[in-house]
Design a protein around this ligand. Structure first.
Ligand SMILES: Nc1ncnc2c1ncn2[C@@H]1O[C@H](COP(=O)(O)OP(=O)(O)O)[C@@H](O)[C@H]1O
Ligand SMILES: [Mg+2]
Length: 265
């Protein structure tokens, strides 16, 4: 766990997260327990990020970030803006997604123009992200960040925002053909068949046993799911069961009529 020492700025997005500097010298995008979406968003972020990492996808480092009451009281910006009025961010353990460098030195982009997008170094990984999103039933569009590491000429993509995996606060799996796709389908131009989803697809089918999923879930602070241990256990049980349905879900995306994979032979 790390402790937040300074508020830097508010971020865009429905969870109203904040960029904060922490006592390990790192900068983290912090999502608070009392975000306007659901407390379980934090649990989803942690479990989703760990699973994606185990599948070999590029994800930010993450940490549990302790935000103390004194810092919140001293920082006028640390509030949730509600329909009417505002309420202070809750103190305690929050989810932190590490900024991949120093924000003053390294620019991070939510979107890239098509030309740069096509040249992203790990573009083929978007197929792996889809495998992950189908498995976890991410009910939001896929989100990624892009940045140029010093000395490199091509952008790197990193998978962020797993808040709506497992259907956000619902913890169910309303599968639909277009769910989980990245909205710029050009990222799937490498996809020529089911093999293009390897090695991630086999990893979903063969790695991360039920008990390993349970171990990952066991690391989540219980206040991020209101101590509903039985429901968390049920979530990992259902994940374990649905791993063999991912191929079928990819085929239904292919056949959806939107043609996300124009180069599928
Ligand atoms: N690890 C990270 N490094 C840099 N920027 C990030 C990181 N995680 C999130 N962000 C930025 O913060 C914004 C909000 O984060 P996101 O996870 O998308 O929250 P929300 O659930 O509110 O959409 C993103 O649009 C992105 O710009
Ligand atoms: Mg987002």
């Amino acid at each position: 766990m790390v402790v937040a020492v300074e508020h830097i700025r508010r971020m865009r997005g429905g969870a109203q997260s904040h960029l904060m500097r922490c006592d390990d010298g790192g900068y983290y995008i912090v999502k608070f327990q009392n975000n306007p979406q659901h407390v379980r968003i934090l649990a989803n972020e942690m479990l989703g990020t760990k699973i994606a990492g185990c599948l070999g996808l590029r994800v930010p480092q993450m940490e549990v970030v302790e935000v103390r009451r004194e810092l919140i009281e001293l920082t006028a910006e640390l509030v949730m803006q509600l329909g009417i009025g505002r309420t202070p961010c809750r103190a305690g353990r929050q989810f932190g997604s590490r900024y991949p460098g120093d924000p003053a030195q390294l620019a991070v982009h939510d979107f890239l123009p098509d030309e740069q997008l096509q040249q992203v170094e790990n573009l083929a990984e978007f197929a792996g992200m889809l495998v992950f999103d189908k498995w976890t039933c991410n009910t939001n569009g896929r989100q990624a960040i892009f940045f140029l590491e010093p000395g490199r000429s091509r952008y790197q993509a990193m998978l962020i925002d797993q808040g709506f995996c497992f259907n956000a606060g619902e913890w169910n799996f309303p599968d639909a053909p277009l769910r989980g796709l990245y909205n710029r389908h050009g990222v799937y131009r490498h996809v020529t068949g089911m093999d293009s989803f390897e090695p991630w697809l086999s990893r979903v089918e063969e790695r991360l046993s039920r008990s390993q999923l349970g171990e990952l879930a066991g690391g989540i602070p219980p206040e991020w799911y209101n101590d509903e241990y039985g429901q968390l256990d049920e979530l990992t049980r259902r994940l374990d069961q649905r791993r063999h349905g991912v191929r079928e879900l990819i085929l239904s995306a292919r056949d959806s009529g939107r043609q996300p994979f124009p180069n599928w032979e």
